[in-house]
Design a protein around this ligand. Sequence first.
Ligand SMILES: Nc1ncnc2c1ncn2[C@@H]1O[C@H](COP(=O)(O)OP(=O)(O)OP(=O)(O)O)[C@@H](O)[C@H]1O
Length: 268
Amino acid sequence: MIRLDGVDAAAQGGAVPVLRGIDLAVAAGEQIAVIGASGAGKTTLLHLLALMHGPLAGRYTLAGRDPWTLPRRERQRLRAGMALAPQQPPLPPRQRVAVAVLAARLPRMSLWRSLRTLWSPPDAALAQAALAQLGVADKLWLRVDRLSGGERQRVGLARLLVAEASLWLADEPLAALDPTRAALVLDVLRAQAAERGAALVCSLHQVDLALARFPRVIALRAGRIVYDGPPAAIGGELLQELYRAQDEAPPELAPLPQPVPLPQAMCR
Ligand SMILES: Nc1ncnc2c1ncn2[C@@H]1O[C@H](COP(=O)(O)OP(=O)(O)OP(=O)(O)O)[C@@H](O)[C@H]1O
């Protein structure tokens, strides 16, 4: 489905390489977790896969073609086959949840149908079914700015379920959820992606869930893939190495200056 060969890439809006020498293949219907410390390049990798920006070096191949050599329209058509759920879903605050969810289907719709969807969503039942899977069906007609952080995140994920995409990219989809809800939501994402035959690439800080629920795990450290394979072969040493910066003792702080005693007159 997708191949990256020797790819260097900057973060979106950046110019210097954040990812270096990335070799990676994503097959149709595969489920992959991407782990790594903050700043390791997980979001950049997901954005790169989603065709949000091209590589600085190396080659991106989708279904045998390099999308970055195609006309923009053609590339947009390829992009319409992918759905990205960003860390913070960019949902218009005054929009109804039903409209926000169904907006994920707009790239595949005619102009007339997309205008109708935004005005009076004809597929509200579809949005409701997706929201129900994620435990937020009762929010269908609520305004987006009335949602809690965790509800908002699940509305963002409901967009994957309705998007009719063959590649789902979820960037830290559990960040705003409590541990019980996080495991349930991850199971729904995995089951629904499998049912629809979509590949799922998911960046996660919950390493335990990544190792327990995904058949393939990619570990990034400082923009390089340091592991790509089944979770069973990931040892404690590799995990320590991945998150080493977090384990290091904090730098010794210089002592704070002693408070200067105020003159008696100012203390009354
Ligand atoms: N617009 C930008 N310009 C330059 N550098 C950027 C830009 N955006 C992000 N970066 C840098 O790119 C690196 C990788 O960022 P990225 O968001 O991909 O990491 P991440 O692994 O997803 O982190 P986190 O787990 O904290 O979300 C970081 O060092 C970050 O500071």
